[in-house]
Design a protein around this ligand. Structure first.
Ligand code: G1P
Length: 291
């Protein structure tokens, strides 16, 4: 059975919702606590042993490259000063085999995937959207592990899904379910960001996928709508051929592309921090009394 050894992270959004910070700093470098969001996403791949990562960036995103690259002077200084723990924290940024592709035009998610064609080279790959973080506790199965396990045991592309209600239904790709066996659903149909009336179910697509490499050729055959190729159109073809599965996941998802989601992520990661968790909790309790 085919193994998943590669991952693509589309991270070329301009981040206009976060202006002015995104004027000079690429959105994937926005920090949750002390780490850029893009590093959290790369770390989601550790549980599945994927180290070959392609990050699709917008032009002028050298700072992301620098983040994953060497830093000899800094390392030398940390070691000289006996700051071993900080040295190890810095070294963690270099554990991945990261390469980059530049998405010259803002032509959406499928456009970003087409920039990854050479890297994917017909092989299966994980796709992780740069605007979402998924935290798994020690006793939980990480979302990517769940998806890779399903792909490697069935050979079928698989996406992560969560239940959404009310107006939230229209914020996501939406899937219809043909059948469900042992928590793995077979997707019957897909509709991107439906109205409430159009929705097929309460199952939203979230930004974690594992695809067979052939999806790239499928994207190339699609006719653009509103000048954009839609990934969901290719997924619809897979669904019609009974070649697309979906699964819920354990853990907590944060939409860090949204200001409120970003703040929630910062608060919750601070609460989990060994260094400042207790102080943060005390502060929040005290703040709640005052407001
Ligand atoms: C994209 C996908 C959508 C999916 C969503 C998850 O939309 O097109 O199907 O539900 O990510 O976050 P975007 O949020 O980029 O508009």
């Amino acid at each position: 059975m085919k193994k998943v050894k590669k991952a693509v992270i589309p991270a070329a959004g301009l981040g206009t919702r976060f202006l002015p910070i995104t004027k000079a700093i690429p959105k994937p470098m926005l920090s949750v606590l002390d780490k850029p969001t893009i590093q959290y996403i790369a770390e989601e791949l550790i549980s599945v042993g994927i180290e070959d990562i392609l990050i699709v960036v917008s032009p002028g995103s050298d700072v992301i490259k620098n983040h994953f690259g060497p830093a000899e002077d800094l390392e030398k200084r940390l070691l000289e000063d006996g700051k071993q723990k900080l040295y190890e924290i810095e070294r963690q940024t270099q554990r991945f085999n990261v390469s980059f592709a530049v998405q010259q035009t803002a032509n959406g998610l499928a456009g970003a995937m087409l920039c990854a064609e050479e890297f994917i080279d017909g092989e299966p790959f994980a796709l992780l959207l740069g605007d979402e973080l998924i935290f798994a506790d020690k006793d939980q199965t990480p979302c990517m592990k769940r998806l890779v396990d399903i792909f490697e045991s069935t050979g079928k592309s698989v996406i992560a899904t969560m239940e959404v209600f009310g107006d939230d239904v229209s914020k996501y790709g939406n899937i219809g379910i043909r059948e469900e066996v042992d928590g793995v659903m077979e997707v019957s149909s897909i509709i991107e960001k439906p109205s409430l009336a159009e929705a097929l179910s309460n199952n939203a697509i979230i930004g974690r996928y594992v695809f067979d490499g052939k999806i790239i050729d499928m994207l190339k055959t699609l006719t653009p709508r509103n000048n954009e190729i839609y990934l969901t159109d290719a997924m619809e073809v897979l669904a019609n051929n009974k070649e697309l599965l979906a699964s819920t996941f354990e853990g907590t998802r944060y939409d860090v592309g949204d200001k409120f989601g970003y703040i929630k992520a910062n608060v919750e990661y601070a609460l989990r921090s060994e260094e400042i968790g207790a102080d943060t909790l005390e502060y929040i309790k005290e703040l709640a009394k005052r407001i």
